[in-house]
Write a protein that binds this ligand. Structure first.
Ligand code: ATP
Length: 345
């Protein structure tokens, strides 16, 4: 069942078009990440979904009902803002139940709900604390609990974890995903962090300049990117200009046959070749591209090898135990693993 449907949404700020004909179907209970570089329109899309911003064109449906002209507080949506927007003059429990208080829910029910949510976000017993007495991660949890207090049909979060340090952020990504799964609430999160999106999402929506570039499961986007932008934005990759003709891909003056499993978007003409660093093979052949090693970075779990072919930089990631014979300045031959070439327009 489609819980959230966005149909032909556009948003203009004066002459600037921040969203351009965005359409999406988000199934019930899914966790969706809006991913893209700064200024691509993620927050604007979230705000239009929430009713905090009116679209210039298009419609928003929740559970099949048109919500486009419904005011924010009647949309049944929970929100967590990047700033968290917690109230310092209220204790934790009252922060959490604030959305219930303004809807006139009685005090006993509010207290019961606060207890329930404090347990859910793993802050039992902290209801009487003030916000300034909490750590960053605990504040984050309070904001999440407040967003969930009304039992929303749709839960919207704008960069909810961006203020946390890397290790706490990773921990909270997992926790947020677990909370979402336990409740089964349809959730949309804005992020510019691809690892965050890959960690949490059932569905990733990649945006650029107000336009959806691709929507799909994380591994679909990773293995079958729709274009060079998505290929470069999800994971790391080598993007090289190429030409496709007669069952082969020519790149940097060398022709590689198209093999089973390669994903080739065009049968002929100029395009872009994307090869993930783990699919670049060094040595073992006199065939292939002649490259020179420019940098080596041993991370223990993998060896990163930076190479140059003319003006093109190529990255390879080798599994532990490989590449002992490599050194900066050494000339090597490289090829791409069969079935792992991706040609995009
Ligand atoms: P970030 O990751 O930096 O938060 P974003 O993808 O969320 O970026 P938005 O905040 O949606 O981007 O903004 C999209 C574009 O719309 C930007 O160019 C921004 O400057 C512009 N914009 C957003 N709100 C307004 C506004 N109220 N008036 C004019 N322009 C706006």
């Amino acid at each position: 069942m489609t819980e959230l449907r966005i149909e032909g949404l556009s948003k203009d700020f004066g002459t600037f078009r921040a969203l351009d004909n965005v359409s999406l179907d988000i199934p019930n209970g899914k966790f969706v990440c809006l991913l893209g570089p700064s200024g691509c329109g993620k927050t604007t899309l979230l705000r239009v979904i929430a009713g905090l911003e009116a679209p210039s064109d298009g419609r928003v449906y929740v559970g099949g009902t048109d919500q486009t002209n419904v005011p924010t507080h009647k949309r049944g949506m929970g929100m967590v803002f990047q700033s968290l927007a917690l109230f310092p003059h209220l204790d934790v429990a009252k922060n959490i139940t604030y959305p219930l208080a303004i809807r006139g829910v009685d005090k006993a029910a509010q207290r019961a709900r606060a207890e329930e949510l404090l347990d859910l976000v793993r802050l039992p017993g902290l209801g009487a604390r003030r916000i300034h007495q909490l750590s960053g991660g605990q504040r984050q949890r309070v904001a999440i609990a407040r967003g969930l207090s009304i039992n929303p049909q749709v839960f919207l979060l704008d960069e909810p974890l961006s203020a946390l340090d890397a290790s706490l952020r990773e921990h909270m990504q997992i926790e947020l995903r677990q909370i979402q799964q336990s409740l089964g609430v349809t959730t949309v999160v804005v992020t510019h962090d691809q690892t965050e999106a890959l960690t949490m999402a059932d569905l990733v929506i990649v945006m650029k300049d107000g336009v959806i570039q691709q929507a799909g499961a994380p591994m679909d986007l990773y293995h079958r990117p729709a274009n060079a932008f998505v290929a470069g934005f999800i994971g790391t990759t080598n993007i090289m200009p190429c030409t496709v003709a007669d069952g082969a891909v020519s790149v940097l003056g060398h022709s590689f046959p198209i093999t089973k499993g390669d994903r080739i978007a065009t049968q002929s003409g100029a395009a872009q070749l994307s090869v993930r660093p783990e699919h670049v093979v060094i040595g073992g052949t006199t065939e292939g591209l002649a490259a020179e090693i420019t940098f080596l970075r041993d991370l223990g779990e993998s060896l990163h090898v930076l190479m140059r072919v003319g003006d093109q930089e190529i990255n390879a990631h080798l599994a532990p135990g490989h590449g002992h014979d490599l050194a900066v300045g050494k000339s090597v031959n490289i090829r791409f693993r069969n079935g792992q070439k991706v040609v995009v327009q």
